[in-house]
Every structure is written in structure tokens, then in C-alpha cells.
Write a protein that binds this ligand. Structure first.
Ligand SMILES: Nc1ncnc2c1ncn2[C@@H]1O[C@H](COP(=O)(O)OP(=O)(O)OP(=O)(O)O)[C@@H](O)[C@H]1O
Length: 266
């Protein structure tokens, strides 16, 4: 296991806006091990998505250095696949075709159609959606769309899976189901995951470490909770687990006492 698979050092992000310069992130330092599951949590607008976008290479940091797998992050790459809150599937393509498109882009230059089809089928199977292969996005539920988005990301065999509130728009039961499914998939694939969430229980259930961000502007990492709960994790058993409750309390304490918001900004 590489101790510095992702290495973010002194990252700064300043946006130029109509109203002037906005300092979103300041001196962010974080290393992520290969196979680690990291969640980013913090109040709305603190800079979680900005940090995730820097790792994705969708935005370029205005200061500091970001390294992934020994190379500087200089733009988006299939080794860092992103899953957004709104699945972003192409509506005119079936689930199978949506995934095939990504598979073809990454592997099309060196693999034949049969192998590409095989990869696509396997990705759909991984998220339990083989039966929906020929449906279009409008014919499936929100939870299923998110699963297709995850399958599409995984089909590219990324080294890192970046997720921006992937379950944020889903009802509580679907969300719980997909969290369990994600735990299973991550255990099976050994993927390194960085995920933005607002949900404290989701963070504790899924993470090896919870990275807690201070309020912006000039947000940074305020504290990190190491979640030393054995895997596989069972949500029902954990609900009564003293350690689980302690981790949860530490995150809540950070968010509502140490980073509590003034009433007007809440
Ligand atoms: N392209 C941009 N131009 C200007 N300001 C931006 C840009 N992107 C983000 N910001 C600002 O940077 C800050 C951090 O935004 P970001 O979306 O990263 O927060 P967040 O923690 O992900 O929020 P939320 O939890 O509400 O999604 C916000 O004040 C936001 O307005």
C-alpha cells in the first residue's frame, strides 16, 4: 500500500469573480493511501467540491502541488473517475450504451468490441443492474441512475474514485442501500475513494478517515477522524457500537461547536 498515493501539499484556490478575488481554499495538506476511503465533510460552501475538483483535475490550484500516483495532477484523467450528485448520464443512450461510451474512450484504442462489451456488462453486473441494461435514464429510478453513474466510473478501472455527494438526492432507504453496495464494491475492487458528503452517519459508516473542513473563506482541513471500525461494517450492529457513537459525536462536535455558524449565515 502506497502511503502517499494522493499527495496534496499547501494547496490554495483563489477564484476571480465579478466582485474580486475569492480565496476558497488555503494551505490544504492531505495524503491519501492507496485503497483508503476518505470522506470530506464541512458546512455548505466551505470548499469540499472545490477540493474534490482539484483532485479530479477539473480545476487547477492557484498554489501548492497535487500529486496522484507519482505524477502531478494536470487535468482530468481516467485514472481519477468522478461521480456527481446528478448522475450526468446521456438521456438518449441506454444504461449499457452510457457505460460503453466511457469504456470505449478509455480502452477502445487497444481492445476489440467484444472485450469492450464484456467490460460494460461486468460493470452493470457489479452494481446489480444487468436487468436494466437496455433502459434509458428516464425509465429508471434516481437510485438506479446513480448506480449507472458509479458503474460507468468503475468501468474505467480508475485508480481513484471521486464522488461528490453521490447519494445526496436520494431518499434515506435508497441511500442506505447504495452505501452498503458501495462498501461491497470498494471491498471487491480495492479502489481508493475520496467522497464529499454532508451526512455524518454516511461518513462514519464508509470512511477510513473523515477529513473535516473549516468554514470558508480560506477554508482548510480543521481536523481528521481516523475511523478504526473493522470491515465489513454492518449498519445495524454499528448503531449500538460505542466506538461508532464516539466517532459520530466527534464529527458533530467539530461541525456544530468548533465550526458552528453564526445564526445569520446558517
Ligand atoms: N468557479 C467559482 N467561482 C467563484 N467562486 C467559486 C467557484 N466555485 C466555488 N466557488 C466558491 O468557493 C466556495 C466553496 O465552494 P464549494 O462548492 O467548493 O463548497 P462546498 O463545500 O462543496 O459546498 P456545498 O456543500 O454547498 O456543495 C464557495 O464560497 C463558492 O461560492
Amino acid at each position: 500500500m502506497s502511503a502517499k498515493f494522493i499527495d496534496i501539499s499547501h494547496a490554495d484556490m483563489v477564484f476571480n469573480t465579478k466582485g474580486g478575488r475569492f480565496h476558497a481554499l488555503s494551505d490544504v495538506n492531505l495524503t491519501v493511501e492507496q485503497g483508503e476511503f476518505i470522506t470530506l465533510i464541512g458546512h455548505s460552501g466551505c470548499g469540499k467540491s472545490t477540493l474534490l475538483n482539484l483532485i479530479a483535475g477539473l480545476t487547477t490550484a492557484t498554489g501548492g502541488a497535487l500529486i496522484c500516483n507519482g505524477r502531478e495532477i494536470a487535468g482530468p484523467a481516467p485514472e481519477r473517475a468522478v461521480v456527481f450528485q446528478n448522475h450526468s448520464l446521456l438521456p438518449w443512450l441506454t444504461c449499457h450504451e452510457n457505460i460503453y461510451l466511457a469504456v470505449e474512450r478509455v480502452f477502445g484504442a487497444k481492445e476489440g468490441v467484444a472485450k469492450l462489451q464484456e467490460r460494460t456488462t461486468a460493470a452493470l453486473e457489479l452494481v446489480g443492474l444487468s436487468h436494466a441494461a437496455n433502459k434509458r435514464p428516464h425509465e429508471i429510478s434516481g437510485g438506479m441512475k446513480q448506480r449507472v453513474g458509479i458503474a460507468r466510473a468503475l468501468s474505467m478501472e480508475p485508480k481513484v474514485l471521486l464522488m461528490d455527494e453521490p447519494f445526496g438526492a436520494l431518499d434515506a432507504l435508497t441511500r442506505a442501500h447504495l452505501q452498503d453496495e458501495l462498501l461491497r464494491i470498494v471491498a471487491a475492487t480495492g479502489a481508493t475513494v475520496v467522497m464529499v458528503t454532508h451526512d455524518v452517519d454516511e461518513a462514519v459508516l464508509l470512511s477510513d478517515r473523515i477529513v473535516m473542513m473549516t468554514n470558508g473563506p480560506a477554508a482548510t482541513i480543521g481536523d481528521i477522524v481516523h475511523v478504526r471500525l473493522p470491515r465489513p461494517r454492518d449498519r445495524l450492529a454499528l448503531a449500538q457500537d460505542a466506538l461508532y457513537i464516539e466517532y459520530r459525536t466527534r464529527v458533530l462536535e467539530f461541525l456544530y461547536h468548533r465550526q458552528g455558524r453564526p445564526a445569520k449565515a446558517a
